[in-house]
Write a protein that binds this ligand. Structure first.
Ligand SMILES: *Cc1c(COP(=O)(O)O)cnc(C)c1O
Length: 406
């Protein structure tokens, strides 16, 4: 299938190019000492990802440890409450650890093992990536250093406890605002000191090449599974596919299965409290081209051109940019990006819980909220939602902030 001169039959062979570009987005904008380490990872990944031994080991792990394939569920009662359109969910909430993040963490940690590394390093904000990586490190017997801002450590006590139980070292970062940005800087500084022994594991389809490509490849299992499961269940393809977009890994994984199909694809960003800068984290919808964290993409900037402060009710979507492949798919129009507010998200959170018995992550509830609106516009057809994670982590917060509706 061709779309705006991009041939999707050969898309994965050509995007990204050898330098990590999706059109003008992507690349690698990092200090030379880190570039040598990135080149080593690229070289290793490009070789190892073609090895049948690696592929088969990852397949076995996904089945025996992660519990894949995760099912696709028909959301019958939610659909009936909206009209005639049928909603389906790919259940990444049932992946081990309760979200899609383990898909790329197991891949990255397995790569570390093949490269002979002893340690994995990462930063974490809300702690979800840290927990997934600590899980992978425990499985493979790797040391694991997770850099986390002091403010986040206080806010995310349960995830800090999980990481420690899993044997990771949580390194407190006390510079600046003591949140995610400082944690990224500290983790990169540690990596440039330790790269002979360690590998950096990025938590989404962001950062310098090869991470946007590698994380997409590891997450594509979601879309590939969902496409064949949906075909088996219904004998056809869905009319639309929907996923929430923070950095964009669960969305890219899902979309990878459907880019070459006549299916409408929607990436949903958090509108938060509204469209004013600082009240949302909808970078593709409201941002412009810029470089941060080592890659060129579309980002939200302040008056100095630096990453702007962002807000979302979902801590996993609270990021001032998105992966370069999303910026590319946005510009060519293959994926449509849209927004839902906090309020619509919380409504969807309770609807899915009460009509289907599935408590979604607040991140995933953004995708559900948009699918509910789309279902009412479409009148007929079917929508497949990527339910990126479960909502246990969000329950206390939702009840405290919004109360329990009647
Ligand atoms: C981290 C997270 C996200 C956002 O990350 P992406 O890279 O955009 O997928 C979405 N859903 C859940 C459940 C998460 O934990």
């Amino acid at each position: 299938m061709k779309y705006a001169n991009v041939d999707f039959d050969t898309y994965f062979r050509n995007y990204p190019d050898a330098n990590g570009y999706f059109g003008k987005y992507g690349g690698s904008f990092i200090p030379p000492e880190l570039q040598a380490a990135m080149d080593e990872i690229t070289e290793a990944y490009m070789t190892i990802c073609k090895s049948s031994k690696f592929i088969n080991e990852l397949r076995r792990i996904r089945k025996e440890f992660q519990g894949r394939p995760t099912p696709v569920s028909h959301l019958e009662r939610l659909s009936a409450s909206l009209g005639n359109v049928q909603l389906y969910a790919k259940r990444e909430d049932l992946n081990h650890t309760g979200a899609h993040k383990l898909n790329h963490c197991m891949g990255e940690a397995l790569l570390a093992k093949y490269m002979g590394k002893k340690k994995v390093i990462a930063e974490t904000g809300a702690g979800q990536h840290g927990v997934a990586l600590a899980t992978a490190a425990a499985y493979f017997g790797l040391d694991c250093d997770i850099y986390m801002g002091a403010v986040d450590i206080k806010k995310q006590a349960p995830n800090v406890a999980r990481m420690k139980i899993l044997g990771a070292r949580v390194v407190e970062v006390t510079d600046g605002l003591q949140t995610l940005k400082e944690a990224v800087d500290a983790a990169f500084a540690a990596y440039s000191r330790e790269y002979k022994e360690a590998i950096y594991c990025i938590g989404s389809v962001v950062g310098p090449h090869p991470f946007p490509m590698m994380v997409r490849d590891f997450q594509s299992v979601v879309g590939i599974e969902a496409r064949s499961q949906y075909l088996e269940m219904t004998g056809e393809l869905p009319d639309a596919v929907v996923a929430c977009v923070g950095g964009g890994s669960n969305a890219m994984g899902m979309f990878a299965g459907f880019l070459n199909d006549p299916v409408d694809i929607y990436g949903i960003e958090p509108l938060g409290r509204g469209p004013a800068l600082g009240d949302h984290a909808a970078s593709l919808s409201y941002g412009s081209e810029g470089i941060m964290h080592g890659f060129n993409s579309i980002m939200l900037k302040d008056e100095n051109g630096d990453p702007a402060p962002v807000y979302s009710v979902a801590s996993g979507l609270d990021y001032p940019s998105s992966g370069p492949e999303h910026a590319f798919l946005h510009d060519i129009g293959r994926v449509k990006y849209d927004v839902v507010s906090d309020e619509e998200t919380i409504d969807a959170f309770f609807k899915l819980s009460r009509l289907e018995g599935i408590i979604p992550a607040i991140e995933s509830a953004h995708a559900v909220a948009f699918a509910m609106k789309l279902a009412q516009q479409m009148k007929r057809g079917a929508i497949l939602i990527n339910l990126s994670g479960r909502g246990d982590k969000d329950m206390d917060y939702v009840i405290e902030k919004y109360g329990i509706p009647d």
